[in-house]
Write a protein that binds this ligand. Structure first.
Ligand code: C5P
Length: 222
């Protein structure tokens, strides 16, 4: 049985990471969350007072930064310069600014280099915005997940409330729209469906249904 690469792309909060984790577990593949890498750099830049608009400063920062994605029994851990930041990179502050960091060409170039090294060993499920188009253009399976803004915001809203966080549905909709726009309109490798990607609209589907659809595509390739 051969090991392949599964690329999962799509807009913010479309369920990519939830589904990618399930698939990786079923296949005993490695899950790589590329968004976590952009988030970790954003978190560090904010903490160190580095301007998110300044590519050169961000590059200097990134050169001195290690980001490790560790698999653990209770999910993925994100380790920034040796310290765990798994939860710190999910704050609203980071979420609402990460797309600014991710628009810089040199930053993307370095991140893509690191991501390709991680994907060299097949048996990976990688999620992001440019995996099928740039990071692993030869991925055996490419999936593009979409869902309506309303549905994506409602899912996040529910998640927030379950975690006991305050949450405003209208605000979430605005933030999702804004992040989609920034990610789709940037000049360097914008969010785009690869020509050979399979698009799945998850608006009316459960997580299990989406995972099963993708697993069927994967099994056809094995
Ligand atoms: O997937 P997640 O929502 O955690 O990604 C956070 C942000 O990182 C995205 O909104 C996007 O700006 C950026 N990103 C990217 N390319 C990737 C993964 C994430 O530009 N491959």
């Amino acid at each position: 049985k051969q090991n392949i690469a599964v690329a999962i792309d799509g807009p913010a909060a479309a369920g990519k990471s939830t589904v990618a984790k399930i698939i990786a577990e079923k296949l005993t593949y490695v899950y790589i969350d590329t968004g976590a890498m952009y988030r970790a750099l954003t978190y560090k830049a904010i903490k160190e007072g580095v301007s998110l608009e300044e590519e050169t400063s961000l590059m200097n920062l990134l050169t001195d930064t290690t980001i490790d994605l560790q698999q653990s029994t209770d999910g993925q851990k994100v380790i920034l310069d040796g310290k765990e930041v798994t939860l710190d990179i999910r704050t609203e502050e980071v979420t609402n600014q990460v797309s600014i960091v991710a628009k810089h060409g040199e930053v993307r170039h370095e991140m893509v280099k690191r991501q390709r090294e991680l994907a060299l060993k097949r048996g990976v499920v990688m999620d992001g915005r440019d995996i099928g188009t740039h990071v692993i253009p030869d991925a055996e399976v490419k999936i593009f997940l979409i869902a309506s803004v309303q549905e994506r915001a409602e899912r996040r809203h529910k998640e927030n409330l379950e975690k006991g966080f305050s949450s405003d549905l209208e605000k979430l909709k605005d933030e999702i729209r804004r992040r989609d726009q920034l990610d789709s309109e940037r000049e360097v490798s914008p969010l785009l469906k690869a020509e050979d990607a399979i698009e799945i609209d998850t608006t009316a589907l459960s997580i299990t249904e989406v995972a099963e659809k993708i697993l069927r595509v994967v099994h056809d390739k094995l």
